[in-house]
Design a protein around this ligand. Structure first.
Ligand code: SF4
Length: 137
């Protein structure tokens, strides 16, 4: 994207901060809610789609006493790159552009480093970054 295209995209985002795709996703979320949750104060599914997180990696070396990871955390195999990509793609489909996604499951840097797969984690972050970008036309 050159400088003129970037400025056009910024201007477009300023004029129409919610893209057509995001509008469609929000309408789908709203329509999927049970009637009792479609209240005036309902925000998720109406003004935002909130934040997702990946499942799979479950590893950390710190062993904090209050840790949320399960007892078998450090022995659970890390999912393949294709499986994580599937999760990232699903999050993008469900949230539209600009949705949040946490790459999580304990200390993922620690997990991928110890598994000898640090480059895979870099690929995951690049995929995640690309999937979250707003598409301005
Ligand atoms: S995942 Fe978080 S809470 Fe659990 S051991 Fe690691 S740093 Fe501590």
């Amino acid at each position: 994207m050159n400088s003129a295209q970037r400025w056009r995209a910024r201007w477009q985002a300023f004029r129409r901060p919610i893209s057509e795709e995001k509008t469609r996703v929000l309408q789908e979320r709203w329509a999927s809610l049970p009637p009792e949750l479609r209240t005036d104060n309902q925000i998720a599914g109406r003004h935002l789609t909130h934040c997702g997180f990946t499942l799979g990696a479950s590893y950390c070396s710190f062993h904090c006493t209050h840790c949320y990871l399960p007892k078998n955390a450090n022995s659970v195999p890390i999912p393949s790159l294709a499986q994580v990509k599937e999760q990232i793609d699903a999050n993008r489909r469900l949230q539209g552009p600009g949705g949040g996604l946490q790459i999580t499951g304990g200390d993922v840097a620690d997990a991928y480093w110890r598994a000898g797969r640090p480059n895979e984690l870099v690929e995951i972050f690049v995929m995640r970054f690309r999937s979250a970008r707003f598409q301005c036309s």
